[in-house]
Design a protein around this ligand. Sequence first.
Ligand code: ZN
Ligand code: ZN
Length: 363
Amino acid sequence: MVAHRVRVAGVASSNLVIPILLIIESMKTAQVYQNKIIIKEVDDIQLNGKKGAIVKVLGCGLCGSDIVKFRHKIVQNGAVLGHEIVAEILEINTDTGFKAGDKIVTSHHIPCGECKYCRHGNVSMCEHFKKTNIFPGGFSEKVFVSEEHLKNVAYLVPENITDEEISFYEPLGCCIRAIKRCSLSQGDTALVVGLGSIGLLMSEGLKAFGYKVFGCDLIPERIELAEKMGIKAFNSKNQDEFENIIKSNTENLGVDSVFMTSGADKAINTALEAVRPGGKILVFSSTPLSNGYPNNEIYYKELTVLGSYSPAPKDLQDSFELLTSGKVNVKNLTTIYPLEQIQQAFDDTISNKIFKAYIKIGA
Ligand SMILES: [Zn+2]
Ligand SMILES: [Zn+2]
């Protein structure tokens, strides 16, 4: 329940200030303020005849991009982060089939479909894509979702999946786009470098597409969980195991593709050691600015290095189907935090204490 909170306001009448009671509903949001995330009450958002919906946020996943924006101060004070929302429609005014009471999942950006970028499949570079968003952000009791969002990137959540599981809709969509961009062939091999929540999600996506997946990381708990999920995983520090697994599964050639979900210092070397001549490296993470891909290795080994950023509506549709059909397993990945403990969720994510935080907001 969104609480009703009463605010006292005053009106000035000649020399007198007459206190009156104004019933203004307010809502809680988590806002970035300096090096902290603070809970702040703001005026309730209203539909006011706009096309779209006011939704009650049931929960919102904490994305790696939220962490980057927070740590590197990319957003201003007062910004409300979060975009991986699961929500219930409270009020709606659209030409869609959605109605009040529906539980939905949505992503936050929509491509225009017509610009040069969209026509060439680079939808996440589209200006309209970057401009569109949910308001004020997912870490809020209520959010405005536009009609355009509801028409293009929102889905009704079925009963057979939990809120935490379906909150992987947008991040899995990102992975699916990356996988498609590599255009692999059935049975091809892929190494996922970095087995945090995105690495595990990428691995699950690759498996669902029928590719043979290996994963590596430096953190034992991550390797353990990956193994439990059926991913052949190893510690990248263990050179013998690394060579053994890669060579014995690839006729000594190296893997067809490497998915870089880690931007750690050593990750690029691991990728270059693992990839076969003519193979592909999919860049899915930023690296320190001094770190880059070596020109000559790319040239002499005829490598393809390509990036993938954010999902297109079709990738999101695929993600929704893979999650709701159970073809991608996201169980045991999330740790749930109430909104009041969102700072802890950020801290625990940054210190690698947990895989993925889900901020539970509404009931
Ligand atoms: Zn995300
Ligand atoms: Zn466009």
